[in-house]
Design a protein around this ligand. Structure first.
Ligand code: HEM
Length: 257
């Protein structure tokens, strides 16, 4: 659960800012982001956020937004698996609409090349160094076969293909960090240095392009990775945030008020 809670902040903040739009269900006027390809593995994660929201509404109704719950949950998830912790600035307001087409266009796909990745992060105010730090979240969790049938390194690809049959098995998973997929460390970057990046977008970070040096630095200095990851999560958590009287504090995360 730690992995997908951290990932949820990314998928919330990259789509029209950190406004919990990712949590809204379909209505007659809004198409939910939940059906977008990148959001299809979050069913249990959505429930965790909704449970936290209903507990908070009982104690202190109308005060804590769903977007703030996502941000705090991501921080606590990181701290719970030996990752860094950070201060979460609060006061985000929730949207009253979802943006399904932006979920498809603004969240990177696992086959994007380096220039596309850099451009998608730059569009959100994050530089390439911050992009590499944030990709280090792949020190946790897994990816389904359908996301990595095009592994870059040919030897590694042959091994992975045996675990992912050519047809079927789309939902089988492999760890993104081959050594320690349940703890937050810099083994993900060490894996990239020996060309064992699972997704195309993992290995492109160390493939002769401008981000090679950052991967090298993080692979040698776990403390630096963790500090820069924390700072980048804070920055990501402030993308296009609504405050004051903009937006709303939803009573239920899956429905606008
Ligand atoms: C750089 C662009 C990125 C791409 C293309 C990407 C893509 C993916 C894909 C395809 C998966 C597997 C999904 C599946 O199997 O259905 C995944 C998993 C994951 N991603 Fe990313 N991701 C990126 C960046 C990030 C960032 C910035 C974060 C958080 C800060 C993040 C956190 C995670 C985590 C923790 C998982 C594992 C989820 C789990 O096990 O439930 N990713 N990512």
């Amino acid at each position: 659960m730690a992995a997908s809670l951290i990932r949820l902040q990314f998928h919330d903040c990259f789509v029209r800012g950190c406004d919990a739009s990712v949590l809204l269900d379909n209505t007659t006027t809004t198409v939910s982001e939940k059906g977008a390809v990148p959001n299809r593995r979050f069913t249990k994660t959505f429930r965790v956020i909704e449970d936290a929201k209903s507990t908070l509404e009982r104690i202190c109704p109308g005060v804590v937004s769903c977007a703030d719950i996502i941000a705090v949950a991501a921080r606590d998830a990181s701290a719970s698996v030996e990752g860094p912790s950070w201060d979460v600035e609060l006061g985000r307001r929730d949207s009253d609409a979802a943006f399904a087409s932006l979920a498809a266009s603004d969240i990177p796909t696992p086959k994007d090349d380096l220039n596309t990745l850099i451009a998608l992060f730059r569009k959100k105010g994050l530089n390439s160094r911050e992009m590499v730090a944030l990709s280090g979240a792949h020190t946790l969790g897994t990816a389904q076969c359908l996301a990595f049938r095009d592994v870059i390194d040919p030897d590694f690809a042959r091994k992975k293909r045996r675990m992912c049959p050519a047809s079927g098995g789309d939902r089988l998973v492999q760890p993104l960090d081959p050594v320690t997929p349940t703890s937050f460390d810099n083994n993900y970057f060490k894996a990239l240095m020996i060309r064992k990046g699972l997704l195309v977008t993992d290995q492109v970070l160390f493939s002769g392009g401008e981000t090679d040096g950052v991967v090298d630095e993080y692979s040698k200095d776990e403390g630096k990775f963790k500090n820069e990851f924390a700072a980048a999560m804070v920055k990501m958590g402030s993308i296009e945030v609504m405050t004051g009287s903009d937006g709303q504090i939803r009573r239920t995360c899956s429905k606008a008020n």
